[in-house]
Write a protein that binds this ligand. Structure first.
Ligand code: SAH
Length: 229
């Protein structure tokens, strides 16, 4: 890339990603074999996974494994989800440009970044202060101005910014937190793993229609536990 192209792409680009990304090919392969071949069809979701530099969301020592078909440790006993699960959860909440999303369990910030590529604003809450701080710094560095993060227990949602068209919970709860259901907008979609920690959980989708909740079970998953302060 010559200098003019670099300047142009800096001006045009929404995010400040490093120019020479040595992982682009790995990322394209991840999208092809783990995401598209497994049935993810939503164009915006696919585009976001092709774009977001997942290797910048994992600890340095795991950088070269970032595009593998598995979750990875991110410190403090927590994990970044497997790429397919991130894509699945993103597609199922039907993200579009004008929607506002709430995520509980920021972790590395990868799921929030994927959503932020598509929707208007992402609010995200992380219970471990260090991870909240690290992800906030990462959002700033990568230029995600439409992600608003804070540290705290996400059980009570974020009433100040409710209602949300999309709510994604990325930690497994025994029961679906009632405040989150209350903060779901009409026609809103909430996805959450439900079940005991350390075991197989049920990924559930809740849709609010005429004020009533319709619940369905999607797939089996394994997430870290939803904690309480
Ligand atoms: N979405 C994350 C996945 C992180 S794992 C990513 O893309 O990397 C789930 C995260 O949920 C962990 O960081 C954990 O600390 C956090 N968590 C667990 N219980 C929580 C709660 N009650 N409120 C907010 N975050 C919580």
């Amino acid at each position: 890339m010559n200098l003019i192209m670099i300047i142009l792409s800096l001006i045009a680009g929404r995010n400040n990603f490093p120019q020479a990304d040595k992982y682009q090919e790995e990322r394209d392969n991840m999208v092809r074999f783990q995401i598209i071949d497994r049935g993810i069809t939503n164009a915006e979701t696919v585009k976001a996974l092709k774009k977001v530099p997942r290797h910048l969301f994992v600890p340095k020592e795991y950088e070269n494994e970032a595009y593998g078909d598995f979750p990875l440790p991110i410190g403090y006993g927590q994990t970044i989800s497997q790429p397919y699960i991130v894509a699945f959860m993103t597609e199922i909440v039907r993200p579009t440009k004008k929607k506002r999303a709430l995520e509980i369990g920021t972790g590395s910030g990868y799921q929030a970044a994927i959503l932020a590529e598509i929707v208007d604003t992402v609010y995200t809450i992380e219970i471990i202060p260090e991870l909240a701080k690290e992800s906030t710094a990462r959002f700033r560095k990568l230029g995600y101005r439409n992600i608003i993060g804070r540290s705290g227990d996400g059980y009570n949602g974020w009433a100040e910014h409710a209602p949300f068209d999309i709510i994604i919970v990325t930690a497994a709860a025994d029961k679906i937190p009632v405040p989150l259901i209350d903060q779901l907008a009409e026609n809103g979609r909430l996805v959450i793993p439900v079940g005991p920690s350390g075991a197989i959980q049920d990924l559930k989708l809740l849709v609010k229609k005429n004020g009533k909740i319709q619940t369905s079970s999607l797939i089996s998953v394994r997430f870290v536990p939803f904690k309480r302060l």
